[in-house]
Design a protein around this ligand. Structure first.
Ligand code: 2NL
Length: 340
């Protein structure tokens, strides 16, 4: 009678162990059989009431059942662990024979791109591309450009002065002064590069900005020559013919001096946010080189004259790419730079 029910309970427990869907079901099958209140324990408690022979026989029966159940549990646990490892190996395998992704490719900064385009254009027009020091003398940055000693641009507030009287160039003009000194007339040259002003930085002011200045010195250079080159330059920048107008503008290094405006390419001159409803965008200060400037750099203004202009590359990049905050350009944030 006892024999029959032990066998039955054992085979039921074995079946539950075999059928357990997960670790929790397996555990509950174990507790039901081998736990502190499991059926094996219940039988053991009854043994006290039996005769020694019966107790011995029952003990053997129970021990046999316990051993088989423990073995089944252990086998099942080993099998589950092996299956889990199999699944992990299948899910996490890595093909180390695949080719490596290779280095990430960078690209040119938007300002560098514009600068290189314009260098190529002016090279094709016979202009030399000049470079020069960013730390300049007061003479090359101011005096040689006919900028008076009391001009506000020379203030501590506007210029980064260095110990010993030198300064960070406030425009690329000193490169052209050095060009005139070195090359002599006739000459065509551009000076692209960084310039520095002691500004409070905000969305439209930076202490460091990029410009491209240019100059041609020859015999009988006129405003008509200036306009021809400026319109050629602007057509290359914007990829189409542009309508321009000249207004008088004052710069000590040119005479006459002009503000050259471009008819707004966004609205076609009707008025919009970009041109502040005026229909025109101020883009290119320019003029005929002041005779004093030529003379100071060793060029005889009775024999030679020329035109000059200054183009803000930073401003141009902002217009072309629709950048609304100048600080992005030097910020070094890849989320910004990777858009170009
Ligand atoms: C500006 C300045 C201009 C020039 C720059 C120039 C240079 C020499 C002689 C004569 Cl060495 N002129 N440069 C001429 C006219 C305008 O613009 O700050 N532009 C954004």
């Amino acid at each position: 009678m006892l024999d029959g029910s032990i066998e039955e309970l054992e085979s039921r427990s074995l079946a539950r162990i075999a059928a357990a869907a997960d670790a929790a079901e397996l555990e509950s099958a174990r507790v039901e059989a081998l736990g502190r209140k499991g059926w094996l324990g219940q039988f053991s408690k009854e043994m006290g009431r039996l005769s020694p022979e019966e107790r011995k026989r029952l003990g053997q029966l129970l021990n046999g059942a316990r051993e088989r159940l423990e073995a089944a549990l252990e086998a099942r646990q080993r099998q589950d662990a092996a299956a889990a490892l199999e699944a992990r190996l299948a899910g996490e395998w890595l093909d180390v024979t695949l080719p490596a992704p290779g280095p990430r490719r960078g690209h040119l900064h938007p300002i560098t791109r514009i600068q290189r385009e314009l260098e190529a254009l002016f090279s094709s027009l016979g202009f030399a591309v000049l470079d020069g020091p960013e730390v300049e003398t007061e003479y090359h940055n101011f005096d040689a450009l006919n900028i008076p000693r009391d001009h506000p641009a020379r203030d501590m507030q506007d210029t980064f002065w260095l110990e010993g009287g030198n300064l960070l160039r406030t425009h690329t003009s000193p490169v052209q002064v050095r060009g005139m000194e070195r090359l002599g007339p006739p000459l065509r040259m551009i000076a692209p590069g960084r310039a520095f002003r002691n500004e409070s930085v905000d969305a439209s002011h930076e202490h460091t900005f990029y410009q491209l200045e240019g100059m041609m010195v020859d015999r009988e250079v006129s405003v008509a020559h200036l306009l021809y080159f400026m319109k050629t330059l602007l057509a290359a920048i914007f990829g189409r013919e542009v309508t321009v107008r000249l207004r008088p503008g004052y710069f000590p290094f040119v005479e006459p001096g002009f503000e050259l405006d471009v008819q707004c390419l966004i609205c076609g001159g009707v008025g919009c946010a970009v041109c502040k409803q005026s229909g025109w965008v101020e883009l290119l200060p320019c003029g005929l080189v002041n005779p004093n400037v030529l003379r100071m750099s060793g060029i005889d203004p009775e024999q030679w004259n020329g035109f000059a202009f200054g183009l803000g590359l930073t401003r141009l990049a902002m217009m072309r790419y629709g950048i609304d905050d100048i600080r992005h350009l030097q910020g070094g944030d890849l989320r910004f730079l990777e858009q170009f």
